[in-house]
Design a protein around this ligand. Structure first.
Ligand SMILES: NC(=O)c1ccc[n+]([C@@H]2O[C@H](COP(=O)([O-])OP(=O)(O)OC[C@H]3O[C@@H](n4cnc5c(N)ncnc54)[C@H](OP(=O)(O)O)[C@@H]3O)[C@@H](O)[C@H]2O)c1
Length: 259
């Protein structure tokens, strides 16, 4: 299905999990992508695999810390230089969790988590928003969709006392996504918030969840989501006609009641 043919995208956090699955989904549907994460060797392997299946030139790598403004500008510049048009599909995905509550989480991880999940996400949303609003005009916005798709979380919608510091980064991201939607939606740029519940990925290990905790998710409300489930939703959002905006998507495994 080539319904994203002609779209030029950027996906952060594409070396694993949801970002990697989103890169596969969007490229299989015809988009051309700049993929970002810090592990350059993982991105090179993904580019090789995607180009083997979907043809040379469907993908280019911009490795580095996506909270760094020079990396953000490099990814967006690279989209235009590699594919001949500015990016019209930016997936603000890179992020990390943190086990524990306000009282029990590791304070040594707080700054880095806020930098990646909130400040870095905000910088990319701003840079993408500036460029996209410069790229659309009142006459042309219905010709080609422009999307900024942001990964929030169900713990950015419902307070979870068990992952409260992580959840607070997502509450902040949710408010920014809605604020940006109100700011630039009227100019023809769609800003979408995707709010997944538990998705099995590297997220749990990076956050410091114990194996027992991860196993308990499966027992309590499994089967839980996998990255491809979220990637399909991202593809669905991006493939709507330019005048249709699916602005908020909450995805849970069917048996997950909360959060
Ligand atoms: N998994 C879940 O249960 C879940 C639920 C709700 C929301 N989410 C959100 O979904 C997003 C993706 O999560 P995931 O499950 O796919 O996690 P994951 O498997 O751990 O993948 C995270 C990705 O982000 C990249 N990354 C982390 N920090 C980065 C940085 N500073 N610069 C560039 N890349 C960075 C990682 O790559 P490198 O290490 O190579 O940089 C990796 O590619 C996150 O925003 C997360 O908060 C996840």
């Amino acid at each position: 299905m080539q319904d994203l043919g002609g779209r030029i995208g950027v996906v952060t956090g594409a070396s694993a999990g949801i970002g990697e699955a989103a890169a596969r989904e969007l490229i299989s549907r015809g988009a051309k992508l700049v993929i970002n994460a810090r592990r350059a060797e993982r991105l090179a392997a993904l580019k090789y695999e995607l180009e083997s299946s979907h043809g040379e030139g469907c993908c280019t790598v911009a490795a580095g810390d996506c909270a760094d403004e020079s990396v953000i500008n490099a990814m967006l510049d690279q989209a235009e230089s590699a594919f001949g048009k500015p990016a019209d599909l930016v997936v603000v995905n890179a992020g990390r969790g943190l086990a524990g509550s306000l009282l029990t989480s590791d304070t040594g991880e707080w700054d880095e988590m806020f930098r990646t999940n909130l400040v870095g996400a905000a910088k990319l949303m701003r840079a993408a928003g500036e460029r996209m609003t410069g790229d659309v005009t009142p006459e042309t916005w219905t010709d080609r969709a422009h999307d900024i798709i942001v990964l929030g979380s169900v713990v950015g919608r419902h307070v979870s006392p068990f992952s409260s510091m992580y959840g607070s980064t997502k509450f902040a991201v949710h408010s920014l996504a809605e604020a940006l939607r109100r700011e630039i939606g009227p100019k023809g740029v769609r800003v979408t918030l995707i709010e997944p519940a538990v998705v099995l990925s590297e997220f749990q290990a990076v956050a410091g969840y114990t194996d027992e905790l991860v196993a308990s998710f499966g027992e309590k409300f499994g089967p839980v989501l996998v990255p491809a489930d979220i990637a399909r939703a991202i593809g669905f959002v991006a493939s709507q006609p330019p005048n249709v905006h699916v602005s908020d998507v909450v995805l849970r495994g069917t048996r997950q009641d909360y959060p």
